[in-house]
Structures are given as structure tokens and as C-alpha cells.
Design a binder for this molecule. Structure first.
Ligand code: HEC
Ligand code: HEC
Ligand code: HEC
Length: 466
């Protein structure tokens, strides 16, 4: 009996050793002869990333088994719900252009050792990310990020997911000057009472600080107005992304029945044409005169000037350690630790992807208000179920001035917005101290417009019911 036990132990040991050898052999990093992007691609494919993060995954055979299958499908569903990796994988494959949000997201799960999920690599030998594989992926991400921005940050800040904004975005001065006038021109509205600036005044940080905006005839909209400052950095415009460019966007409000309610652009053009002086100045810059395309183009050129560089945080990114305090820096570290910087990445800390509101907890169920059309977010445009409650991520620059927060304007203070983001998006309950530090960091993002620190002349009392 004793002998049998001894032999049993030996066999087990040998078997375990053999498994380790086989496992090591299977789990080798791709050959160093391959180009770096191909090595990364191979690692991610082996890691099963596409199995759980694409619309049409190739599933393993056991996905069809009754019990195991259920577990697999649950991971596949929630993986795809959280993140669609298809575009990124296509870019990796051809070493093409990548999105800063993808870089930040994949980098974060690799740094945290969160993906692939242990369940997966215990079944799929060779899929776990060894430290060698991790280094290959992280080095590639770093190189892609450097190439994406080329903003000359000092070496020790060169791989930050948040980037400084430019001192200058290209625009045409004469067109921007016309755009400035049009932005403030109430003739764009049916009854000459409302201009773009009514809801996006420059001296109130480009917002109206109402939960919902007041349009013509005292009508009220159904979604919170984002700021026009730094909107040029958004990959699309509006919460649901229905406008591809700033010019496309500018064609919306004039004809929106609640906002400016003009019957047509012809109607607007006729009014402006009647103003001989304005029409002449306009035609001097746009030889084919007042048209919808030219009007919205001029507004876009003006909006390209609405950038707010030189925030304290940008100075820190560029290497000035004294630009922010130790507490503000701790806030930034927490902002990265709790995944905030994976959705709020890049120059505008957002505006680069659509993300689910309520990723880790049911936001809309907890909110307790009736669902509105606007709550559907991107779904309104695509009618794809996956896009329901997905919104273009708002940028966070000058955030201290742009209350109330969220598409539904339900968070009146920044600390409430931060606390709830952590809960609903990152799945963590922050301590008061953590909320305070992240808020302190966010306050360092206020920049300068034309050399003056951005302020807001509205009083905090403005928050209203609608
Ligand atoms: C077995 C399925 C599975 C595999 C394989 C897998 N993931 Fe995931 N992934 C998930 C699930 C489930 C979530 C959602 C986790 C949550 O909500 O807590 C997720 C979330 C993510 C997120 C979003 C951030 C987050 O934490 O929610 C990223 C990015 C991600 N995965 C990347 C990857 C990469 C890169 C790979 C390949 C190395 C990979 N995943 C492999 C299931 C998987
Ligand atoms: C009655 C108030 C009101 C008026 C007038 C108005 N807007 Fe807006 N603006 C909003 C609201 C509300 C939204 C968000 C709507 C949405 O996402 O569906 C918005 C969105 C925007 C955005 C998108 C920002 C982002 O982050 O997605 C830009 C840019 C913008 N407006 C510029 C303008 C311009 C230019 C004009 C004049 C032609 C104008 N707005 C007129 C209320 C207004
Ligand atoms: C999964 C992506 C994701 C993560 C992670 C995330 N956010 Fe957000 N954030 C969003 C989206 C989407 C919105 C818009 C939600 C809405 O309007 O309903 C938003 C809105 C905000 C707003 C309000 C902005 C405004 O103008 O209304 C703040 C502030 C904010 N996030 C901060 C944070 C902080 C701090 C963290 C980390 C604790 C974080 N976010 C994590 C996607 C994310």
C-alpha cells in the first residue's frame, strides 16, 4: 500500500513536470523575426481577445455543450458588451491607425493582468500573457501612442494616456470672423430670439448651465448641452454622434424645432441676404455667397478657435512638475487606476468613442426617472441593440464650469458626477478622500482661451428643474 502510494506520487510529479514543459512550449512568444505588430496580433489572437470581444466570434467546441456552454456564452456576451476589439485588431494586423481609447483600454487590462480571463487560459493552453508577451504588447502600444501624438512630451511623460491640447488648430481667419458673427446671430432662429450663443455663450464656458436648454418660444430640449470649447477634438458631434463634423453639426440647431425652429436654410439665407452689408462681407470671403454649406463652414472655422490650451495639467504633462500639487497628482493616479483614463483618454479626455452608460451597474434602473428617447443614445442612430444607452464620451476639460453633468443633466456637482462614474462605469465605491483627489485633478484641466483663463460668469444657482 505504502509502495503504491509512493509510485502514485512519482507518476503525478512526472506528469506535472511534463505539463509544465508542454505548457511552456505552447506558450512561447511569437518569433522575434516577425514585425512587432504581427507579434502583437498573434499574442492577442492566442489570448482569445476576439472570441469574447467581437460581434461574430469563432467559438470553441464546448460553447455548444449545455453547462460549459452557458458559462462561455455569458463571458462572450458581457465581454462584447464591454468592449468591441474588432477595429483595433484590424489596425494591429496591418500596423494601421489606432484609436487612443483602444490603446488605453488594451494597455490597462494588460497592465492589470485582467485579460484574458483566467478561466479562458486555463482551458486554452498558450493563451495567458507571460511577462514576455506582456512586454511585447506594452512596448508596441507605447510606440503607437508616441506616433499618434508626436507632441514632444518629455520621455518620462511620453506614454501618458491623457495628452496636452495644441496651442493652435488650423483655421481660416476671415472665415472664422464670419463664423463668430453667425454664432452670435439670432437671425438663425425663426423669431430672431435665439443664437448659438444663447446656449453656448463663450463667457459661460460654452454651456448654459441648465439641465435642459431653452429654445425658441420657451420650449425646452431633452438633453444637456455640451460645451463648444474643444469640441473640435470630438471624433463626432452630439451625444449620439449623429453629426460627423462641426459643420454638419451646425446645420442641426437652426432647423431644430425646439432650438431655433427656422423652417429652412433658404429662409435663413433670405434674411441674411437682406442685410446688404453682411451679405457683401460674406461674399468677399465665400465667392459663391450665402449658402447652407458656406454658413456652416464659417461656423466650423470659428469653432476651431475654441480651444483651451495651457491648463495647469498640460503644463505638468510638458514637464513642469510644479504646475500641479501632490494631491492633484494623486488624483490623476487614481483617475488612471480606476479606468477613468481608458474612456476619458486623449487630448480632450473623451470624445473618441461611444461607451455604455452603466457598464458595471444599472444606471437607468437606479435613476428612477422614466426613460426618454435621448436615453437611448447611439441606438437612436443605428437601431442596433448593442448601442442602446451608449453615448459619445464627453470631454472633461474645463469641467468645473460645465455643470450640471451627464446627458440627462442629473448631477449638479462634480463630486457627485465623479462618485457615480466610479460606481457605474468602473464598479468601485470611492472613499470621500478619493473623490476629493480626483476632483482636485479635474480642476487642473481648466485652460486658457486666447491667453485668458477660462471662467464662467453664471452663478451656481442657475441649475434648474428643466
Ligand atoms: C473568455 C472571454 C474573454 C476573453 C478571452 C477576453 N476577454 Fe476581455 N473581457 C471579458 C469580459 C467578460 C469583460 C467584462 C468584464 C467586466 O465587466 O468586469 C471584458 C472586458 C475587457 C475590456 C474592457 C475593460 C474592462 O475591464 O471592462 C477590455 C479592454 C478587454 N476585456 C480586453 C481583452 C483583451 C485585450 C483580451 C485578449 C488578451 C481579452 N479581453 C480576452 C471577457 C474576455
Ligand atoms: C436651444 C439651445 C441650443 C442652441 C440654440 C444651439 N445649441 Fe448646440 N447644443 C445644444 C444641445 C442641447 C446639444 C446636445 C444635443 C445632442 O447631443 O443631441 C448641443 C450640441 C452642440 C454641439 C456638440 C458638442 C458635443 O460635444 O457633441 C456643438 C458643437 C454645438 N451644439 C454647437 C452649436 C452651434 C454652432 C449652434 C448654432 C448654429 C448651436 N449649437 C445652437 C443646445 C443648443
Ligand atoms: C466605460 C467608459 C467610462 C469610464 C470607465 C468612465 N467614464 Fe466618465 N463618462 C463616460 C460616459 C459615457 C459619460 C456620459 C454619461 C452620460 O452622459 O450619461 C461620462 C461622463 C463623465 C462625467 C460628466 C461629464 C459631463 O460633461 O457631463 C465625468 C465628470 C466623468 N465621466 C468622470 C469620470 C471619472 C472620474 C471616471 C473614473 C472613476 C470615469 N468617468 C470613468 C464613460 C466612462
Amino acid at each position: 500500500m505504502k509502495r503504491l502510494f509512493k509510485w502514485g506520487a512519482v507518476v503525478l510529479l512526472v506528469a506535472a513536470a511534463a505539463m509544465v514543459v508542454v505548457y511552456r512550449a505552447v506558450n512561447q512568444a511569437p518569433s522575434a523575426d516577425l514585425p512587432q505588430n504581427e507579434r502583437v496580433y498573434e499574442i492577442l489572437v492566442e489570448g482569445g481577445c476576439l472570441s469574447c470581444h467581437s460581434a461574430d466570434p469563432e467559438l470553441p467546441f464546448y460553447a455548444k455543450l449545455p453547462v460549459a456552454g452557458k458559462v462561455v456564452m455569458k463571458d462572450v456576451d458581457s465581454g462584447y458588451r464591454a468592449y468591441d476589439i474588432t477595429k483595433f485588431m484590424e489596425a494591429v494586423k496591418v500596423d494601421g491607425e489606432v484609436n487612443a481609447v483602444d490603446l488605453a483600454k488594451v494597455e490597462k487590462v494588460v497592465l492589470d493582468d485582467r485579460m484574458p480571463m483566467p478561466k479562458y487560459y486555463l482551458v486554452h493552453w498558450g493563451s495567458s500573457l507571460t511577462s514576455q508577451k506582456r512586454d511585447i504588447v506594452l512596448d508596441w502600444i507605447k510606440a503607437k501612442r508616441a506616433a499618434l501624438y508626436a507632441d514632444g512630451l518629455p520621455e518620462h511623460r511620453a506614454n501618458e494616456p491623457v495628452r496636452p491640447i495644441d496651442a493652435y488648430v488650423e483655421y481660416d481667419e476671415a472665415k472664422a470672423a464670419l463664423g463668430f458673427q453667425l454664432f452670435h446671430d439670432t437671425r438663425l432662429s425663426v423669431d430672431n430670439t435665439v443664437s448659438c450663443a444663447t446656449c453656448h455663450a463663450l463667457e459661460t464656458a460654452g454651456v448654459d448651465n441648465h439641465r435642459y436648454s431653452d429654445g425658441v418660444g420657451g420650449q425646452v430640449g431633452g438633453v444637456n448641452a455640451p460645451t463648444v470649447y474643444n469640441a473640435v477634438y470630438n471624433f463626432v458631434q452630439f451625444w449620439d454622434g449623429r453629426a460627423a463634423t462641426l459643420a454638419d453639426q451646425a446645420a442641426g440647431p437652426p432647423l431644430n424645432p425646439i432650438e431655433m425652429a427656422s423652417p429652412s436654410f433658404d429662409h435663413i439665407v433670405a434674411k441674411l441676404q437682406a442685410d446688404k452689408q453682411f451679405a457683401k462681407a460674406f461674399t468677399a470671403v465665400y465667392p459663391d455667397g450665402l449658402t447652407q454649406a458656406n454658413i456652416t463652414d464659417a461656423i466650423e472655422h470659428f469653432e476651431r478657435t475654441l480651444i483651451t490650451p495651457d491648463s495647469r495639467f498640460d503644463k505638468w504633462l510638458r514637464g513642469d512638475d510644479s504646475a500641479i500639487t501632490a494631491e492633484e497628482l494623486e488624483g490623476y493616479e487614481l483617475f488612471k487606476k480606476y479606468d477613468c483614463a481608458t474612456c476619458h483618454a486623449g487630448k480632450n479626455l473623451g470624445g473618441l468613442s461611444y461607451e455604455l452608460m452603466g457598464l458595471r451597474r444599472h444606471y437607468f434602473a437606479d435613476r428612477g426617472l422614466e426613460l426618454t428617447v435621448e436615453d437611448n443614445g447611439r441606438f437612436k442612430e443605428t437601431q442596433q441593440e448593442r448601442d442602446r444607452h451608449r453615448f459619445k464620451v464627453p470631454g472633461l476639460r474645463n469641467i468645473e464650469h460645465t455643470w450640471p453633468y451627464y446627458h440627462d443633466g442629473t448631477r449638479e456637482t462634480l463630486d457627485a458626477a465623479v462618485r457615480d462614474m466610479a460606481l457605474y462605469q468602473s464598479g468601485v465605491e470611492l472613499t470621500d478622500e478619493e473623490v476629493h483627489k480626483i476632483e482636485a485633478f479635474l480642476l487642473t484641466l481648466t485652460g486658457e482661451y486666447k491667453g485668458q483663463l477660462l471662467t464662467n460668469s453664471n452663478s451656481r444657482d442657475l441649475i434648474d428643474g428643466h
